[in-house]
Design a protein around this ligand. Structure first.
Ligand code: GLY
Length: 345
C-alpha cells in the first residue's frame, strides 16, 4: 500500500497495541477510529508492564531481544507524550536457593552471549540492593529493563483518542475491505482474532495478582523460587503486581485456586512482608501466542487489512515499535519480514 494523502484507518481493538497504533497514525495526520466493546480490558488489563527484553530473553530468540531493545528505546518518548511515569530502577533477577542460582548463572551466560548488560550480585549485594527480599542465594541486576503501568498507559491513550473511540465491536465481514469510509483496517484484538485470522493465535493463560504492601520492592524482581518463576512489579503507592502463571489451554481465561496459590507461595518466600499486604485483585487473561512466538505485524492476504497481533508475552514492550511498523507500512508499504503475518512458520 502506498500513501495517498491522509488515510482513513479503522483500528479493531483498544488494548495497548491497538491504541498505540491509532495514536501513531493520528499523530502522522491520518484519520482513525478505534473499535472495541470493552476498551482496555483484554490482556492489557492484566499485564504487569515489564519493559524487559533482557529479563525475557531466551535461547533462539535473539531477534525478539533486538526488537524489544528497539522498542524500549521508543518508550521514553511515548511515555513523556502520554504523561505516564516510566519505572527506571531496573530489574533484579533473583535465585532463591542453590538450584535456582545455577539456573540464574545459565541466564547470565545467555545474556552475556547476547551482549546484554547484567551485573552479578552475591547474597550481600542483593540484600543491599533490595533489603525487603528474603535472604536469597544470589542475583543479577539488569539495569536497562524498564517498567510502566499498562492501565495508566491505556487511560492516557484513551483520553487522547476519546473523540475517535467507538465502544462497539467491528465485524470484518460487515463490509468489504477497504470499504465505504475507510482505506485500511488494523486488527489488534489480541488473543481473539476475527476470521479468517483466528487460527494464527492461541490463548496462553496468565493469572496475575495485585496487592498493596507496606514494604514493596524498589526494583522489578524476577525470581526463581525452588524452580518456580514469579515476578513482582512495584507501582507507586505500594501496589505490587505478582505474576504470572503460563498455561496453554482452550477454555476461557479464569482465575484458578491453584494459580493464586502457586503465585502467592513463591512470592511470599521471596518477599516475606507480603503476608501483611492488603489483597486487591486477581485477574486472568490470555496472551496471544503464535506458532513461532513472534508477533504478527503487517499485511495479510486481504487487501487493506493489517495485523498488529500475536505479541504473546511482549505486547506492552513492543507496542511503540508495532505502532511505527504499522504506520510505516500503511504509508509506504514497508514490511518487517520476521513479523510478516503471511509467513509460514
Ligand atoms: N510479560 C510477562 C508475562 O507475560 O507474564
Amino acid at each position: 500500500m502506498t500513501r495517498v494523502g491522509s488515510l482513513r484507518v479503522r483500528v479493531l481493538g483498544a488494548g495497548v497495541v491497538g491504541l498505540a497504533c491509532a495514536e501513531e497514525l493520528a499523530r502522522r495526520g491520518h484519520r482513525v477510529t478505534v473499535w472495541d466493546p470493552v476498551p482496555g480490558r483484554g490482556a492489557s488489563w492484566a499485564a504487569a508492564g515489564m519493559l524487559g527484553p533482557a529479563g525475557e530473553a531466551w535461547h533462539g530468540e535473539a531477534d525478539l531481544l533486538a526488537a524489544g531493545r528497539e522498542s524500549t528505546r521508543l518508550w521514553p518518548v511515548l511515555a513523556a507524550r502520554l504523561g505516564v511515569r516510566l519505572q527506571t530502577a531496573g530489574t533484579l533477577m533473583v535465585g532463591y536457593d542453590a538450584g535456582d542460582l545455577l539456573e540464574l548463572e545459565r541466564r547470565a551466560a545467555l545474556l552475556a552471549a547476547l551482549g546484554e548488560a547484567a551485573e552479578p550480585l552475591d547474597r550481600r549485594a542483593l540484600a543491599r540492593a533490595e533489603p525487603c527480599l528474603a535472604r536469597a542465594a544470589g542475583g543479577l541486576r539488569l539495569p536497562d529493563d524498564l517498567a510502566v503501568d499498562p492501565r495508566a498507559v491505556v487511560a492516557a491513550l484513551r483520553e487522547r483518542l476519546a473523540d475517535v473511540l467507538r465502544p462497539s465491536a467491528w465485524d470484518l465481514d460487515r463490509e468489504p475491505v477497504p470499504g465505504r469510509g475507510h482505506d485500511a483496517v488494523v486488527v489488534a484484538t489480541g488473543a481473539r482474532l476475527p476470521e479468517p485470522f483466528a487460527h494464527l493465535v492461541r490463548g496462553v493463560r496468565g493469572e496475575v495478582l495485585r496487592v498493596r504492601a507496606d514494604d514493596p520492592p524498589r526494583h522489578v524482581v524476577r525470581g526463581t523460587v525452588r524452580g518456580r518463576s514469579v515476578y513482582l512489579v512495584p507501582r507507586p503507592g505500594g501496589e505490587v503486581v505478582v505474576g504470572a502463571t503460563t498455561e496453554e489451554h482452550d477454555g476461557p481465561p479464569v482465575v484458578t485456586a491453584g494459580g493464586v496459590h502457586g503465585l502467592l507461595d513463591a512470592a511470599r518466600v521471596l518477599l516475606p512482608g507480603l503476608d501483611r499486604a492488603t489483597w486487591l485483585e486477581a485477574a486472568a487473561r490470555d496472551r496471544p501466542g503464535t506458532r513461532d512466538n513472534r508477533p504478527l505485524v503487517g499485511p495479510t492476504h486481504l487487501p487493506g487489512v493489517v495485523l498488529a497481533a500475536g505479541h504473546h508475552r511482549h505486547g506492552v514492550l513492543l507496542a511503540p515499535l508495532t505502532a511505527r511498523l504499522v504506520a510505516d507500512h500503511l504509508e509506504s508499504g514497508t514490511v518487517h519480514h520476521p513479523w510478516d503475518p503471511r509467513r509460514n512458520p
